[in-house]
Design a protein around this ligand. Structure first.
Ligand code: BG6
Length: 435
């Protein structure tokens, strides 16, 4: 607690909290564990007057999700009765591909009700991520232009300076695509792309998000290869730190073809977004830490400024910056003061910290609290999870089938591989700088 708490620790509160903690040790797939747990819970529930409400948080290796779910279901520990709620939080990754995610959903839903299952994605606990909904739907200003008539394309970037570090075993079996895209990046994408929900409650919001993901065009393998870039970092410096080759990381195979960077071009097949590419990229050991969603609006017709060098005109971007800066910025053109018409790009920025006094949080605080009060709006439903994997699957298949060919490299501390720049250059577009 002392090491990780984001606020000041009050000793009284800490003592009270520690006083509530018990520990039960046992194998995840051993029914004796659940009998022990049952006895301890019965004692705790009596002593603490919990009304027998229970929240099981599965911060376990993913392979244990199904066995634990099965035991909790079969033993009756998670049965809702006499007004007591029983909920289960499941960490990511929820499956490793479409088939395994479907199998896990099937298994859990055979024993528990959907309303008891809280599939967590800590991105949804971030204030600035939730603010995408508010920006879009609590302002009359943006929605009329939030479509293919006015938007040229969307860029979603989750750049990390972190390396794989000590997570070699997990990461090498997972890769950037599985680790980040069907969950964190698709959460951002669905909030940007969804239709307005009829109510701000879990069923309506999650249905619209699932619809948006479901409308993403699922490419065949050939198209998946064309519209994706995967790459691995090689030794260089990130800031002041020397970073070794990804393949030199502990517990990573020396000939690993696991990607530490991925860029994708996706199209959404619906009336609002037809023809508007969504470019996604995420990677480890990049130049800076930056998570942002950028909406690029269409260029104005230039006729009126015929004598102005067009490339001096700023591009109109609405940038929702999630980390490390929490802000929303709009870039537009303004006249440079002076007797001749000269145009320059300027920006208007709203910074969270200028308006609100919010303590930094990881997102988990919000999510665990929401689970306790039974609000599932910020958790993923089974159909959202499966819609995400359905899109990602052809990329996984195509990469597996072509093997190491097509795996690019990038220097640690750079903005990613040149191939990712070409992905956009092909469409006469470019990424926003990561720095
Ligand atoms: C986790 C991934 O889910 O998200 C990590 O497994 C990644 O690889 C992390 O570093 C990023 O989260 P955040 O909140 O730092 O952007």
């Amino acid at each position: 607690m002392r090491r990780f708490a984001t606020g000041k620790i009050e000793d009284d509160a800490a003592d009270r909290l520690l006083d509530c903690v018990s520990y039960v040790n046992g194998g995840a797939d051993d029914s004796a564990t659940y009998q022990k747990l049952d006895r301890v819970l019965a004692r705790v529930e009596q002593a603490r007057d919990t009304r027998r409400n229970r929240l099981f948080y599965l911060a376990t290796p993913p392979a244990s999700f199904a066995p634990i779910g099965r035991h909790l279901g079969q033993s009756g520990l998670a049965r809702e009765e006499n007004g007591a709620w029983r909920r289960i939080i499941i960490e990511k990754p929820f499956g490793t591909d479409l088939a395994s995610a479907q199998a896990l959903n099937r298994e859990l839903l055979g024993l528990l009700e959907e309303h008891q299952i809280y599939r967590i994605d800590h991105y949804l606990g971030k204030e600035t991520v939730q603010n995408i909904l508010v920006l879009r739907f609590a302002n009359g200003l943006f929605e009329p232009i939030w479509n293919r008539d006015h938007i040229d394309h969307v860029q979603i970037t989750v750049a990390e300076t972190l390396t794989v570090g000590r997570r070699g075993r997990f990461y090498d079996a997972t890769g950037a695509l599985r680790d980040m895209v069907p969950n964190h990046l698709f959460q951002l994408l669905s909030l940007v792309a969804m239709e307005p929900p009829s109510r701000f409650e879990a069923h309506a919001v999650r249905s619209e998000k699932a619809e948006a993901l479901d409308a993403i065009h699922v490419p065949n393998e050939a198209a998946a290869l064309q519209d994706s870039v995967r790459a691995q970092y090689v030794a260089a410096r990130v800031g002041n730190n020397e970073v070794e080759d990804y393949r030199g990381t502990a517990d990573v195979r020396p000939d690993s073809t696991t990607e530490t960077y991925v860029a994708l071009k996706l199209m959404i097949d619906n009336w609002r977004w037809a023809g508007v590419p969504f470019y996604l990229r995420t990677g480890k050991a990049l130049k800076s830490r930056r998570t942002e969603v950028s909406i690029k609006f269409k260029q104005a017709p230039f006729a009126m400024f015929r004598d102005t060098p067009v490339d001096q005109l700023a591009e109109n971007f609405l940038v929702m910056s999630i980390q490390p800066d929490e802000c929303i910025g709009l870039q537009f053109n303004a006249k440079v003061p002076g007797p001749v018409i000269a145009i320059s790009g300027v920006g208007m920025t709203f910074k969270y910290q200028d308006y609100f006094d919010a303590a930094p949080s990881t997102g988990y605080e919000t999510l665990i609290y929401d689970c306790m009060i039974g609000d599932a709006i910020l958790f993923q439903r089974a159909d959202e999870i499966e819609a995400g994997w359905r899109v990602v699957q052809p990329f996984l298949d195509a990469w597996r089938n072509v093997g190491p060919s097509g795996l690019a490299v990038y220097k640690a501390g750079s903005e990613g591989p040149a191939e990712a720049d070409q992905l956009l250059a092909r469409d006469v577009r470019r990424w926003r700088p990561i720095a």
